[in-house]
Design a protein around this ligand. Structure first.
Ligand code: ZN
Length: 337
């Protein structure tokens, strides 16, 4: 496998090390994968062997948002098991780099600001594995002594996840009834919504760029713990996420679109038993050089990697802001010496 190494001087610059991860998201409840509101489900039209299909999809931004939430859950749980020495090390290192959200116990959370004028999140720390792997905007609310905002790019990118089953077979309409308390009546409380049926398999692919081994495993650990997805996920969105194959290379060798085309070409978008679909995709991946990947994440090592990465970001920012020449050369916000 192609992994970057902690301590590498040029770690924040890509060497084009790519690791592809193909996974299945299997509907286990009646999820709502939609972009708009009630009565809508995200779909795309595709043509395979001269036949057209309408396929439900899960959009990349939904996958990224969920991945970040689950990764933060994992990081918080693991952090609570760290000894005081490790917790102090995280705080002191982040503090020394100029990060502001370092007081007390570490926490990093997604909280968009109420005012539209400010674009940056008010809860994200900037230096944890989630912030350094999935990206963030580092500005003067997050790090002291900055003249501009820096977009730290996500090192994990996602394909659209395509359903292997056509819309007509994969989606059903259900009527919901909000039952009143005491006196029951119907009318405005009745509404119907479109749900994905249980057993529908979606094929997705994520690609990790220039991650260390520990960082990569943090991503896999989050991906496989995605068990709820979509609108109204607490009630409907039960899913299972299964990794089907991993491959390291200097390029992206297959897309979820390629895999979908291969399977749809054979099964014409029919509702086929999920294990059958999964075995076929696994076979296809094996023929394309994908392998199984077994791992056990070491969260404290992953933290060391992210603090190292945050340090390299700070070094780069110092160069951009002309702060490498010592304290005397530091410019204030107004630009004067
Ligand atoms: Zn963070």
């Amino acid at each position: 496998m192609n992994f970057r190494i902690r301590g590498e001087k040029d770690r924040i610059f890509s060497k084009g090390y790519k690791t592809e991860v193909v996974y299945a998201i299997i509907s286990k409840g009646i999820p709502l994968f939609r972009t708009e509101g009630v009565g809508d489900i995200s779909t795309v039209s595709v043509i395979v062997d001269k036949e057209s299909y309408e396929l439900p999809v899960i959009l990349p931004e939904k996958i990224q948002a969920k991945l970040r939430r689950v990764m933060l859950e994992n990081l918080r749980r693991e952090y609570s098991n760290f000894d005081q020495g490790m917790k102090d090390k995280i705080r002191e290192t982040a503090k020394s780099l100029g990060y502001k959200r370092t007081e007390g116990e570490w926490n990093c959370y997604i909280a968009p600001p109420q005012e539209r004028t400010s674009s940056t999140d008010i809860g994200m720390c900037g230096y944890c594995p989630s912030c350094t792997i999935l990206g963030n905007i580092t500005d003067d609310s997050m790090m002291s002594d900055l003249n501009t905002a820096y977009g730290i790019k996500s090192r994990v990118v996602h394909d659209i996840a395509f359903s292997l089953v056509d819309y007509k077979k994969a989606v059903m309409e259900l009527t919901h009834n909000k039952v009143a308390d005491g006196v029951s009546y119907t009318g405005q409380s009745l509404y119907s919504d479109l749900h994905v049926s249980p057993g529908v398999v979606f094929i997705g692919k994520s690609t990790a760029y220039d991650l260390t081994k520990n960082e990569f495993e943090v991503v896999l650990d989050a991906l496989t713990k995605v068990t709820r997805l979509g609108g109204g996920e607490t009630k409907y969105g039960s899913v299972e996420t299964r990794i089907l194959g991993v491959k390291s290379s200097d390029k992206e060798t297959i897309s979820s679109y390629d895999i979908m085309r291969d399977i749809i070409g054979k099964h014409k978008g029919e509702m086929v038993d999920l294990e059958e679909y999964i075995n076929e995709v696994k076979g296809l991946l094996k023929n394309n050089g994908f392998e199984e990947y077994t791992y056990k994440v070491n969260y404290s090592e992953a933290w060391e990697d992210s603090l190292d990465y945050a340090g390299k970001i700070r070094d780069f920012i110092n160069v951009v802001e002309g702060k490498t020449g010592g304290k005397g050369k530091r410019k204030s916000k107004g630009g004067e010496e």
